[in-house]
Design a protein around this ligand. Structure first.
Ligand SMILES: Cc1cc2nc3c(=O)[nH]c(=O)nc-3n(C[C@H](O)[C@H](O)[C@H](O)COP(=O)(O)O)c2cc1C
Length: 201
C-alpha cells in the first residue's frame, strides 16, 4: 500500500535537508503532503536561491519543476491555514510526519500543543494518533528551553533527529553531508534507500 508522509519545512537553517528528503521520499514511491511556513520561504531563498511561492498551487509547481520525474498526483501542498487538509484531522492522519528543518519556534509550538497553524496541528494529530513524528531541530547552542522542549517531545513519542552528519564515511562534498542526515531520516521512516554505504558492509 502507498504510504503517506507529511513533510513540513520550517524556517530553520537546513533547507537542503528538507528538499533532498522530499526528493528521496517521492522517488521511493511515497505520497507526500507538504507543509511550509513563511519563514521556510525566506530560508529557501537565502540558502538555495529557491523561490517557494506563497500560494500552495504555485509552490507545488515550483517543487515539481525541480523534480521532473515525479507524478504530480503524489505531491499535495497545503497552506499554513488550510484547515480542510487531511493532516488537520485525526480521522485522516499521515503514516508519519517529518519536520525538516525544524525551527525552535515550531518545536516550542508543537511541545506546547498549540496547533496554531497547520504544521503544529498536523504534528499534534500525529502524536495523538500514535504515528511517527520525526523532528530535525536546528540551532546551536541549544538553550535550556530548547532542550526541555525536545525532552518533552521525546517523552511524548517524537523522534528527535538533529542534523548531525558523521565524518567517518569521508564525505567529499556538501551533498554527502546532506545525504548522511537524510539517510538517517529515511531509516526512521523505513523508506528504502541507497544513499550511503552502511557500516560494516
Ligand atoms: C536565514 C535564516 C536562518 C534561520 N535559522 C534558524 C535556525 O537555524 N534555527 C531556528 O530555530 N530559527 C532560525 N531562524 C529563525 C526562524 O526562521 C524564526 O524563528 C521563525 O519565526 C520560525 O518560524 P516557523 O517556525 O514558523 O518557520 C532563521 C531565520 C532565517 C531568516
Amino acid at each position: 500500500m502507498t504510504r503517506t508522509i507529511c513533510l513540513a519545512l520550517t524556517g530553520a537553517s537546513g533547507m537542503p535537508y528538507g528538499l533532498r528528503l522530499l526528493e528521496c521520499v517521492l522517488a521511493a514511491g511515497c505520497r507526500v503532503q507538504l507543509l511550509y511556513s513563511p519563514a521556510a520561504q525566506i530560508v529557501a531563498r537565502q540558502e538555495m536561491d529557491f523561490d517557494l511561492p506563497s500560494r500552495p498551487a504555485d509552490a507545488k509547481a515550483a517543487l515539481l519543476a525541480r523534480l521532473p520525474a515525479v507524478d504530480p498526483e503524489m505531491l499535495a501542498v497545503f497552506g499554513r491555514e488550510e484547515w480542510f487538509a487531511p493532516v488537520a484531522s485525526g480521522s485522516n492522519p499521515p503514516d508519519a510526519m517529518v519536520v525538516c528543518p525544524c525551527s525552535m519556534g515550531t518545536l516550542a509550538g508543537i511541545a506546547q500543543g498549540l496547533s496554531d497553524n497547520l504544521i503544529e496541528r498536523a504534528a499534534d494529530v500525529v502524536l495523538k494518533e500514535s504515528r511517527k513524528l520525526i523532528l530535525v531541530p536546528r540551532e546551536t547552542p541549544f538553550s535550556i528551553i530548547h532542550l526541555e522542549n525536545m525532552l518533552r517531545l521525546a517523552r511524548a513519542g517524537a523522534i528527535i533527529l538533529p542534523p548531525s552528519p558523521g565524518f567517518y564515511g569521508h564525505p567529499q562534498k556538501v551533498g554527502d553531508l546532506v545525504d548522511f542526515v537524510v539517510a538517517r531520516i529515511l531509516d526512521q521512516l523505513a523508506v528504502p534507500h541507497a544513499l550511503l554505504p552502511r557500516w560494516g558492509e
